[in-house]
Design a protein around this ligand. Structure first.
Ligand SMILES: [Zn+2]
Ligand SMILES: [Zn+2]
Length: 301
């Protein structure tokens, strides 16, 4: 949130519910940024328009006020080979890699009956007018679904009166595109890694940020039972918690916030144990992320 305007990064399951629980208002929602099109990042995306578009939220008594600008991936352009060999079935073979614009249109189509009935019965606003999709154009650095994250400089995504947003491609297994975003404001800067394995692009994007929100996994411990191939696959998509402190140090950030956490050794994860893995590498503030936290950026304290 920046001076009363709210920006959402990714919309996984229950995102709209947690948005309201966090005390945020739908009439303050300015823009949504989608890092990549894995379901755990977009499962609740359409709910922002479906549920918050016309019927006031019961607690906050508000609904979306203006069209929400959305920024996210275009089509991948192709699918990877099946991991480990062999053939995988293809869903929607005529359009197997829709980007965010087609994803939104297909949601409009799928919910057409509900929308059309409500438009006639209760006079809701046309849901198509509530969302303004911008597929992020990736600079010409030779990136593709077979070369997902070549070395690149941060590039501009969007700028308004509160914030300038830049991005880089990050390596997230076979996913293309997968973005990290940086938000520069008058009060400070925050970088979100999205889902990524180790990335020099991310370190360059995050350089000097007040806050770096980074994903992490733990695959060490007596209860970890991933077969070697699955382990290798996991490490091509994510960063081990034991290595994330060095990334924060290399980027020179003040505060490291861990989000999108998985511990393959124990659930729920032990934040004291996680913190001990990071402290030897990073002497800034460390926050092991939890639901509904509020993290002020330093210069706004
Ligand atoms: Zn992902
Ligand atoms: Zn994810």
């Amino acid at each position: 949130m920046i001076d009363g305007a709210t920006y959402v990064i990714d919309c996984g399951r229950s995102s709209t519910t947690q948005f309201a629980r966090a005390g945020l208002r739908f009439d303050g929602l300015r823009s949504i940024f989608i890092t990549h099109l894995h379901a755990d990042h977009i499962a609740d995306y359409y709910n922002y328009f479906l549920l918050a578009g016309s019927i006031p939220n019961q607690e906050t008594r508000d609904a979306l006020a203006n069209p929400v600008s959305v920024f996210g991936p275009g089509p991948a352009g192709g699918l990877p080979e099946k991991f480990g060999g062999g053939q995988a079935p293809t869903v929607s073979a005529e359009d197997p890699t829709p980007g965010l614009a087609a994803f939104t249109e297909k949601c409009h189509d799928a919910f057409a009956y509900s929308s059309n009935v409500f438009l006639r019965d209760t006079g809701i606003r046309d849901i198509r007018t509530l969302v303004d999709v911008h597929e992020i154009a990736v600079p010409d650095v030779g990136a593709s679904y077979t070369m997902t994250s070549p070395r690149m400089d941060p590039f501009p995504v969007m700028e308004d009166d509160h914030v300038a947003v830049t991005a880089v491609l990050v390596p997230h297994g076979p996913v293309f595109p997968s973005f990290a975003f940086r938000f520069d404001t008058a009060h400070g800067s925050v970088t979100f890694s999205g889902d990524t394995s180790y990335s020099d692009n991310l370190i360059a994007l995050a350089r000097g940020s007040d806050v770096l929100v980074h994903e992490a996994i733990n695959v060490q411990g007596p209860n970890v039972s991933l077969p070697p191939a699955a382990m290798d696959h996991m490490l091509q998509s994510h960063v081990e918690v034991q290595k994330v402190g060095a990334i924060a140090r290399a980027a020179g950030v003040r505060t490291l916030v861990l989000s999108h956490l998985s511990d393959f050794d124990e659930e729920p994860l032990d934040p004291v144990r996680w913190r001990k893995w990071i402290e030897p590498e990073f002497d800034g503030e460390i926050v092991i992320g939890d639901d509904l936290q509020r993290i002020p950026i330093p210069s706004s304290l």
